[in-house]
Design a protein. Structure first.
Length: 528
């Protein structure tokens, strides 16, 4: 059994079964120096259980590292806000631990939250200067879940402004409020988006774990090019209440970490059926209390895994895919090549769905917000009036196209929604799983990160293999698979609705067989 599994299992047993001790004197905590680089959730918990680490010192170490690497040094710009109450929250978790109250695997673990998710008392701006007066009075449903699980809210992560849905010419990782997030594997490379800050902060050990959001690729792509693990859950497994929306058909939040074990631990703190939102009702009875029970290094044994073919790949990615197939076969899987005839044919109807749903969902969110901008039309007007600050690099064509759409009662919307979901799901991913009797489908997540180019935007972005799961609303998980000249990229496992336990097992088995992740070294550039 793997070290992470042993630590998580022993911790869970101890938390549930051990008699609650009386509060020991504070001097019994004998701390050792806190090195947070590549520190896992399991190891942090082991040390806190052993009284050689406190949540306060762990949080302080991350805050110090943010000051050194994010605010100064390479200036990664991954963190847009620090929670002013972070150390107070850590102290409260330490007090609970001393009193014998341990909430679970995430007790005292610092977490960064993407800046499009409501955190009570903190700005939630989607990275926009025009929305800095939005200061929610209540936590998003998933944030409250995380607080109940014992996390420390470290701060907010930068993102591609409006989750990359303001312009067709945007640069991932850039926001008018937070500036340009940089890829820690080469500072002149794109971090992908829209969960750019979440991914970079995790990769650079500025936090233990982070929360990202995805509509199509916004967790998987930045996880891939920043060499970390990112999981996009089934739509509805994690509540969307209190998240600035893009599209209700596809939006979800998800966990991001340096290992599958860390992502599994964080997912357990997030997942819960929120019957207050439509997709949440479909998740009733589906979430697991502890996804670390899926961490099985033998999970691939006896499984049929399909490799999605049909796209031309860069040489380094093609070589990594061949090595991945060999690794999965070595782990006991039967690996078969598959085709998806509908691949990419959902792109046009998907965009129509996003435009319709963005206008509808954002207007509803804005109407409940504390901001002076109470509609998409008002945001468009504010951006025009403040173009020099708000739009110095690219415009707002997607905002304007969305504003021109009608209501969700339009027949054109219903047709686009049904067509996109059918092509990606029933005739795409789900058809391939059933036709070839597959437990999962894998595809390259992306190629290596492309150079930042504010004038060109993301035109150099690699085409990822994650789109089918995004549009179908089914789960996917990125795992590091290889690198090209020091620039990492990943492999995506995709499966059926609410197949997260199985995908976590497969990803974990693959991770243990390959151990492809390498920590970043923050070079200014690479020779390519």
């Amino acid at each position: 059994m793997d070290e992470h599994v042993v630590v998580f299992a022993l911790f869970a047993i101890a938390s549930a079964c051990a008699p609650r001790p009386s509060a020991p004197p504070a001097q019994q905590v004998v701390e050792t120096p806190v090195d947070v680089v590549e520190l896992s959730v399991a190891e942090a918990q082991r040390r806190m259980t052993a009284r050689t680490l406190t949540a306060h010192s762990l949080t302080r170490a991350y805050l110090d590292r943010i000051a050194v690497l994010d605010d100064a040094g390479p200036q990664l710009n991954a963190v847009i806000d620090i929670n002013p109450k972070a150390l107070d929250e850590a102290d409260a978790r330490d007090a609970e631990r001393r009193a014998g109250k341990i909430r679970g695997l995430l007790h005292g673990i610092p977490v960064l939250i993407k800046d499009n998710i409501d955190v009570a008392g903190m700005v939630n701006s989607a990275g926009s200067l025009g929305f800095v007066d939005n200061r929610p009075t209540a936590d998003a449903f998933l944030v409250q879940r995380l607080r109940d699980a014992g996390v420390v809210i470290l701060g907010r992560a930068n993102l591609s402004e409006w989750a990359n849905f303001r312009s067709t010419k945007s640069t991932s990782g850039w926001s008018s409020r937070g500036g340009q997030t940089k890829n820690p594997y080469a500072l002149d490379r794109n971090p992908c988006g829209s969960s750019s800050g979440s991914a970079v902060a995790v990769a650079a050990s500025l936090t233990a774990v982070a929360i990202g959001t995805e509509t199509d690729g916004s967790i998987i792509c930045p996880a891939s090019v920043n060499g970390i693990v990112g999981l996009k859950p089934t739509v509805g497994l994690v509540s969307r209440s209190g998240i600035i929306p893009i599209a209700a058909s596809q939006d979800t939040a998800g966990p991001m970490g340096r290992s599958v074990a860390d992502v599994a631990a964080l997912l357990g703190g997030m997942a819960a059926a929120d019957e207050g939102e439509p997709a949440g009702r479909e998740a009733t009875g589906k979430p697991l209390a502890d996804y670390t029970t899926s961490l099985n290094a033998s999970a691939l044994k006896g499984q049929r895994i399909g490799v999605l073919r049909g796209r031309r790949l860069p040489d380094a990615v093609d070589a990594a895919m061949q090595a991945a197939v060999t690794a999965m076969q070595g782990a006991g899987a039967t690996v078969v090549d598959i085709q998806m005839p509908t691949d990419g044919k959902w792109d046009d109807p998907e965009l129509d769905v996003l435009l319709y749903e963005f206008k509808d969902g954002l207007n509803k969110y804005l109407a409940r917000s504390t901001s002076a901008q109470r509609s998409l039309a008002a945001l468009i007007a504010w951006n025009k009036a403040n173009a020099a600050q708000a739009m110095p690099l690219f415009g707002q064509e997607l905002f304007e196209r969305a504003e021109a759409k009608g209501p969700l009662t339009d027949a054109a919307y219903a047709k686009a929604r049904d067509t996109a979901r059918r092509l990606a799901g029933r005739e795409g991913l789900l058809a391939a799983l059933a036709r070839d009797n597959l437990a999962a489908i894998v595809a390259p997540s992306t190629g290596p990160a492309w150079k930042l180019d504010p004038k060109a935007g993301d035109r150099g972005a690699p085409i990822g293999g994650y789109g089918a799961a995004a549009v179908a609303g089914t789960p996917s998980i990125n795992v590091p698979v290889g690198e090209s000249n020091g620039l990492p990229f990943g492999l995506t496992f995709m499966g059926p609705p609410f197949g997260e336990p199985q995908l976590i097992g497969f990803a974990y088995a693959f991770e243990q067989a390959t151990k492809a992740r390498r920590p970043p070294q923050f070079p200014p550039t690479v020779d390519r």
